[in-house]
Design a protein around this ligand. Structure first.
Ligand code: AQP
Length: 336
């Protein structure tokens, strides 16, 4: 039996948004009382796409500020950045040698992010899931809270763990991780296109609600969000193939911690303009205090750096111990 341990990561690639919050960070907060939790700012993942070095440095601080602002306790949890613990890269290399090329080629995130010009994508983007598996398995994490977009990568993490355990006759060395995905809103979609996920890298800022958006901006974005001409149904079947409507209803449910069916009971038969006003109220009430807290925390960079350094020390202790064990299993000699 493995000790229950949670691991998850967020890329410092710009403004965190409602999708990151409802899909992942909200869950991070709810888990901190029940589990030993490790939350990582995955800056090595960020460089799979070209980053401006100055922006990247700034975004690491902004991500840690966001972690604290949503309610993560830096004393109770280990909060750190990936580049500071070199064992992540070392284990990723080991997993490059365990995972099969065919497994990588099946990853839909690579296909989406590489676009049509696949030959020009970085090798890092292709092997991104191996680094993600290393992040998780380095700590022998058992549970991983993520948005539904990461489900395929977690399945790959499970495959890597099983293959390593099996190939090196180390039965049960790595745990087989369980994803923790929100039932109410597994994937928050773009406000402009209900078939695309809400994302930091989407060009249009109107497609997402950022955690630092002002009340006025949230109001404007939600009022302009795409819907359809029908009213809100009273029954869940009435949301079939209505991607944008479904998305807004699910956001309302998740922000208010209620079920989609309860939202439909309240708003069934009403038009979207009435519903959108209520949605604005709920999102503003939840998101604006977080945004204000991020801005305040960013004024004290020393404090944020101290939190990171402390997290790095604690993460490194576990990571170094496990990497030594893994190298031993592999027959690799390491003199340090
Ligand atoms: N739209 C989403 N709905 C639900 N969950 C989401 N997550 C991201 N977008 C959504 C979850 O947030 C966590 C952190 O994600 P990330 O920032 O590390 O990377 P990402 O999934 O690639 O998010 P973005 O916004 O699309 O970033 P860019 O544009 O930089 O690639 C993860 O648990 C993710 O599932």
């Amino acid at each position: 039996m493995h000790k229950k341990r949670v691991f998850s990561g967020v890329q410092p690639t710009g403004n965190l948004h409602l999708g990151n919050y409802l899909g992942a960070m909200k869950k991070f907060v709810s888990l901190q009382d029940e589990f030993e939790c490790i939350y990582c700012i995955v800056d090595l993942h960020a460089i799979t796409n070209k980053q401006d070095p100055e922006e990247l440095r700034k975004n690491v601080l902004e991500t840690i500020a966001s972690f604290i602002a949503v309610g993560l306790d830096p004393v109770k949890n280990i909060i750190f950045n990936q580049a500071s613990v070199s064992a992540h890269s070392e284990l990723a290399w080991v997993f490059n040698c365990v995972a099969r090329i065919g497994w990588m080629n099946r990853m839909t995130q690579f296909k989406e992010k590489a676009g049509i010009n696949k030959e020009n994508a970085s090798v890092g983007l292709l092997v991104y899931p191996n680094l993600m598996a290393a992040d998780i398995l380095l700590y022998k994490a058992t549970h991983v809270p993520v948005g539904e977009d990461q489900k395929q990568h977690l399945e790959l993490t499970r495959d890597i763990a099983k293959k390593f355990n099996n190939d090196f006759k180390s039965e049960n060395y790595f745990p087989i991780v369980e994803p923790l995905i929100s039932k109410e809103i597994p994937r928050v979609m773009s406000l402009r296109d209900g078939k695309k996920k809400m994302s930091k890298s989407e060009d249009s800022d109107q497609s997402r609600i950022n955690l630092k958006d002002s009340k006025d901006l949230i109001n404007q974005k939600i009022k302009k969000a795409k819907t359809d001409n029908n009213s809100i149904p009273s029954d869940i079947n009435g949301l079939k193939n209505r991607h944008e409507a479904s998305n807004l209803i699910s956001i309302y449910a998740s922000v208010n911690n209620i079920k989609v069916s309860e939202v439909l009971n309240e708003f069934g038969g009403k038009n979207f303009s009435t519903f959108k006003s209520k949605l604005v109220e709920s999102v503003v009430e939840k998101i604006c205090p977080i945004g204000e807290k991020i801005t305040k925390l960013l004024k004290d960079e020393n404090n944020l750096n101290e939190i990171l350094e402390n997290g790095v020390k604690n993460a490194d202790l576990i990571a170094t111990k496990h990497l030594k064990e893994i190298y031993k299993i592999l027959g690799l000699t390491k003199f340090t």
